[in-house]
Write a protein that binds this ligand. Structure first.
Ligand SMILES: C[S@@+](CC[C@H](N)C(=O)[O-])C[C@H]1O[C@@H](n2cnc3c(N)ncnc32)[C@H](O)[C@@H]1O
Length: 469
């Protein structure tokens, strides 16, 4: 068995004989050499790792991922594999529904990677600009590479050809909330936001956005230089996808990638030069960079030494400084701070536009577990605030247990804490971005635009509190 194939499918050497038995035209040792096949095999394996194994998209595409499904793939094929996986996750429900209608008896038992090969093929046929014949042919070849799936190569061929034929029908009947959001989460959003808003959220999560950048200074200037759009929130939004390190200003540390919603908490904290500011849960440092640019003396704390390495590298590129500390935010001790930013670990359901893996890796129980962590971190953070100091709490979650309920409970526990209502229009947001308490509840369908890649933002909850005494 080709060693790369072993890593991508993670199967044993038995596959070598099976390949010959099923009469495929590649020999095992050069099997993956067929143009584009390695990218499809990697995509199928990574889809399985994420949906069944609970790994994240970023983990699986990290340069040091172990075991790597991407060994031997050039940049182009890695990009292609990532596109297949991303859209495969974003539209997993739609693809599965179509496949289930095409395979009436259901998938055969014990068929190895068959389901994931079909899903990767379906993602290409339904959603990517890839010739249908290539998507079908490469899925069939991928099926033949593995002992358990090899007997079903004809089934794959037939099913995917039918998918091509009935593509418009399947796309027309697909409903964003019903089909592409896991049922437990769709039911939650219906209960919390009502049918219409839940639907709008789900529809917004189908769009694949371009990148937003936060610029150190002169955003309008840089928007022009990058051919990008200046958003009312102050970020700039690229017009199309582009390799980040090749863009003007990257090497000089002029800007960094940050969703426009993620750039708001630091703006709302509004620190001034020389203030002592604590950024709890800081890595990889998008918000730390904003606080440092504002001239604050920033302490950046995170539990993950690994992620703090990325924070440190990011600050170096941006020529910014912060005191970096590894530790648990729930027990961190220090002299009181003028301002504190708490970007708490959360279910991240608001980020599913860019990270559709969260839809399939998060489970209902995670929300309560994370809620308990958030409560501890928030209590500790508030205790580290000087009298008169300001704290901004945020989560990139759409779940009220992680947002609204955390702040309501903190206010009940601390008579010394007062909410400072946020005016969304002061930050380029529509008035409905604030809830009736004056906290921000950002929904992914805000910032509408006719171009699907140009609209929306991450779902966030943001509250601003003051310590009275
Ligand atoms: C939402 S991310 C932070 C993103 C970051 N603020 C930014 O803007 O780039 C949450 C971070 O919390 C960290 N974290 C989770 N539990 C923690 C804890 N108990 N103490 C400190 N950091 C924690 C994670 O390692 C992760 O880096």
């Amino acid at each position: 068995m080709n060693s790369n194939l072993g890593k991508t499918f993670g199967r044993s050497g038995k596959d070598k004989t099976s390949a010959k038995r099923h009469g495929r035209d590649d020999t095992p040792d050069n099997a993956l050499a067929h143009p584009g096949l390695a990218a499809r095999v990697a995509a199928a394996a990574i889809l399985c790792d994420i949906v069944q194994g609970g790994h994240t998209l970023d983990e699986k595409f990290a340069p040091d991922a172990a075991p790597s499904r991407l060994v031997g793939l050039d940049e182009r094929d890695r990009g292609l594999a990532r596109s297949i996986v991303t859209v495969g996750l974003r539209r997993l429900g739609t693809i599965r529904l179509a496949l289930s209608q095409l395979i009436e008896k259901g998938l055969p038992r014990n068929c190895g990677m068959l389901e994931w090969i079909l899903i990767a093929g379906g993602a290409q046929i339904l959603f990517l600009d890839i010739p249908d014949h290539a998507a079908v042919d490469l899925a069939v070849r991928a099926t033949r590479l593995e002992t358990k799936s090899a007997p079903f190569a004809n089934l794959v061929n037939g099913v995917l050809r039918n998918l091509v034929r009935r593509r418009e029908e399947f796309l027309d009947q697909s409903d964003p909330l019903e089909d592409d959001i896991p049922h437990w989460l769709a039911a939650r959003w219906r209960r919390i936001y009502g049918e219409d808003r839940a639907h709008q959220i789900a529809a917004a999560l189908r769009d694949e956005p371009t990148l937003d950048l936060t610029v150190k200074a002169d955003s309008p200037d840089w928007a022009e230089k990058l051919g990008a759009r200046l958003l009312p929130t102050g970020s700039i939004r690229l017009e199309s996808h582009a390799p980040i390190p090749e863009l003007p200003g990257y090497a000089d540390g002029v800007w960094w990638v940050q969703d426009t919603a993620a750039a708001l908490p630091a703006r709302i904290l509004g620190v001034t030069p020389g203030q002592r500011v604590l950024d709890l849960c800081a890595a990889p440092g998008g918000k730390t960079a904003q606080l440092a640019v504002a001239g604050a003396q920033v302490t950046a704390l995170d539990r993950s030494a690994e992620r703090l390495k990325a924070l440190s590298a990011n600050l170096n590129r941006l020529k910014l400084e912060a005191a970096i500390s590894v530790g648990d935010a729930a027990s961190f001790r220090a002299e009181p701070f003028d301002a504190i930013l708490v970007d708490a670990p959360c279910s991240a359901t608001g980020t599913a536009r860019r990270c559709p893996d969260v839809l399939w890796t998060k489970k209902p129980g995670d929300i309560a577990t994370l809620g308990a962590v958030q409560t501890k971190i928030l209590d500790r953070a508030f205790s580290l605030l000087k009298p008169g100091g300001v704290l901004v709490y945020c989560v990139c979650s759409l779940e009220p247990e992680e947002g609204e309920a955390q702040i309501a409970a903190l206010l009940r526990r601390n008579p010394d804490a007062a909410r400072e209502p946020i005016d969304p229009t002061a930050f380029g947001l529509p008035p409905e971005a604030a809830n009736s308490d004056g906290d921000l509840r950002l929904l992914p369908f805000f910032l509408p635009n006719d171009d699907p890649r140009q609209r929306g933002l991450d779902g966030f909850f943001i509250a601003r509190l003051k310590r009275l005494h």
